[in-house]
Write a protein that binds this ligand. Sequence first.
Ligand code: SF4
Length: 373
Amino acid sequence: MKGLDPSRPLSLYIHVPFCRSKCDYCAFYSVPSSSYDEDAINRYMRIILSEIGTLNREWNAPYCTIFIGGGNPGMLGYGRISEILAKAEENGMPEEVSIEINPEDVTDDIYTLRPLLTRVSVGIQSMNERTLRRLGRNASVSDNKRALSILSRSPFRWNADIITAVPGESIEECISDIRTVASYGPGHISFYCLSFEEGTPLIARECPIGEEEEARFLEEGWKELRALGYEHYEISNFARNGEHCLHNEVYWDLGQYVGFGPGAEGSIGYSKAVSMRDAEPLSRFLSDPELSCTPLSETETEEEYLLVALRTSRGIYKESYRERFGKDFDAVYGSLIETMDETTYLDTPSSFSLTEKGFLTLDWVILHLSMGI
Ligand code: SF4
């Protein structure tokens, strides 16, 4: 594959586009079961297995991490998931192998994915039936409880996603969701605000609760998660006992990863990354799965790097920045940082990072640093 840097680790992302039904807020690339059949799943499998096989021969070493995301990979069934994992692990076992799955598809059979799998991420979103219906989720609170209970007894590391700032939700309900989910003992929780995306049924029907209110939900939620022993290591991610998601850390470091599947992205190269394939309709992917790679300029790569690295609490290591872009971080950004509110960042001789207050203004910080706004 053009652009791969053999001197750096390589991770693998596999996008599964299939869902049972479409959630009302979802703008991710996914198709409901009314839009595909068994034949489409079988064709998808043949393409993915063949793409992984080709990359295996070229890379000829274990991948650093593997992540199967979606969509809802649970729609493939555990047998097909095992097939993909076995193929992707032909060159050896990665440090972490994760799968995303919806609660209604978590059954005791998930244990059969051991030892091919090490980590599971389940989209709980809420423990309140009214909120789940408002989001148009397929799963009910009892599906969520059953999935949480199975994962709490499983040998995997695992994550639960929680959405907050849903219209009609109170802060008390948000805190109660966090406590209930945490009581099942996940080592990792992703906690983020509901986003209103163009073209979704949600935006046609409801209004966001507003930035100030969203900030209040986030701050209260963050406080609760910290009190429960979770480290806030990325704007939307919390881990206990160091159970960071290694695959996501590759993204936040703008590391090297190849993406397969119709909505997958990738990033290969170093000072000039190459982004892979724009999302394309499932039918086009199934008939012509050719990868398209778009080279990014050094400026675009740097903007992307700022965007992902400043999402993390560790921020940007100035030495890594120099190594990557051949420039001194303080010389480039020092005067812009001086104009920022001092309570929003931590600037030391070795690193620059945002505080929780800074996370609340992340979009502005990125514009400020990359365009001087
Ligand atoms: S399960 Fe996930 S990918 Fe599928 S429709 Fe819902 S939010 Fe979108």
